[in-house]
Design a protein around this ligand. Structure first.
Ligand SMILES: [Zn+2]
Length: 347
């Protein structure tokens, strides 16, 4: 098929919701839809729902449905993109799930897998705040903290294909315990989970705060981005302190990475940033700049909030599917994560 006519699907598989978009060669979203993941139903049921959602997309875009030529899934966890296997995705409760081959045999098109944050960083790089950047860093703040690094215009995968784990850089050696089992990682200090832990700790110590009341009002027992926003609007001392600490540590993280990579763009994304935008990013930028080793032209490092928000991952995934289909990602030196090695039916 002529490359210009090809439609690819970008699929953001989240722990709570899935979001798929059919995208044309110009990056236009022809149709997109969000559905609940219902991960508790197990991997088989989730894969069935994914197949159903792709079928919906095919149907919704009419005759162009027959132009859908590849799919890329952003997975919240570690993937072996060569074998098409999800090694570990804690939010889905998945271990060693052969998602690529399963989807390929159900859909009859090549399927590629990548990490969800790496995919979102590509989305921002191609269509969002990072357009044209050669070197770029993405940090996504949510339940955990995900990251991605672009060097020379391409995602840096590293020798084992696992690069980009910014959330597990050690910031405080004897700091709070992280989900990975170690202590003092960025994620253990700055994620929404870490903020919630600190809010509860301060309240236990006797600080006055409305946060727990706001959580109950939303019918939640966890700290959501909208509760954070409301508490900040109310000038809640506990929330202000906790967010401030997270911004400080994120600033140090950005500075450390910038001192190593000297990026043109650092995009801060994830649910908290989508909600708070510049209000969340401005103090991070300020702390980061203060800790730049070389102060000259520091504003040339653009530290900005996500532009595409939750569209970054599906758009990035659709782009990756297109590039991998064309074999373009294989040509990058050292990139051996571009080819599906399981049998792909001929289109
Ligand atoms: Zn960690």
């Amino acid at each position: 098929m002529i490359e210009e006519l090809i439609v690819t699907i970008g699929f953001d598989l989240g722990g709570t919701k899935m979001h798929a978009a059919a995208v044309d060669a110009q990056g236009n979203v022809l149709y997109s839809e969000r559905q609940k993941t219902e991960a508790s139903g197990g991997a088989d049921a989730v894969i069935e729902r994914m197949v159903g959602l792709v079928a919906r997309l095919r149907q919704e875009i009419g005759p162009r449905g027959s132009h859908i030529s590849a799919l890329c899934v952003g997975v919240p966890g570690a993937v072996d993109s060569e074998r098409g296997v999800v090694d570990k995705a804690p939010n889905l409760g998945w271990d060693n799930v052969p998602l690529g081959p399963r989807l390929t045999s159900a859909l009859g098109i090549p399927v590629f897998l990548d990490n969800d944050v790496r995919v979102a960083v590509i989305g921002e790089h191609v269509y969002g705040v990072g357009k044209g950047a050669r070197t770029m860093i993405g940090i996504f703040v949510g339940t955990g903290i995900g990251g991605g690094v672009i060097v020379g215009g391409h995602t840096h995968h590293g020798g084992r294909g696992v690069a980009g784990e910014i959330g597990h850089m050690t910031l405080v050696p004897h700091g709070p315990r992280c989900s990975c089992g170690r202590r003092g990682c960025v994620e253990a200090l700055c994620s929404r989970t870490a903020m919630e832990r600190d809010v509860r700790k301060l309240i236990k110590q006797g600080w006055d705060s409305k946060v727990l009341k706001l959580m109950r009002k939303e019918g939640r027992d966890d700290l959501t981005s909208s509760v954070i926003e409301r508490a900040l609007d109310d000038n809640d001392d506990v929330m202000r302190k906790v967010v401030k600490d997270a911004q400080y540590h994120l600033g140090l993280t950005v500075a450390s990475l910038a001192n190593v990579l000297d990026p043109e763009v650092v995009v801060i994304g994830g649910g908290v940033t989508e909600r708070l935008g510049e209000r969340f990013v401005a103090p991070i930028r300020e702390h980061a700049y203060k800790h730049f080793l070389v102060q000259r032209d520091r504003e040339k490092v653009h530290i900005v909030a996500t532009e595409l928000k939750d569209r970054a991952a599906p758009l990035g995934a659709a782009h990756i599917a297109r590039e991998r289909l064309a074999g373009r990602l294989d040509s990058a030196p050292g990139a051996r994560h571009g080819t599906a090695s399981w049998p792909v039916p001929s289109a």
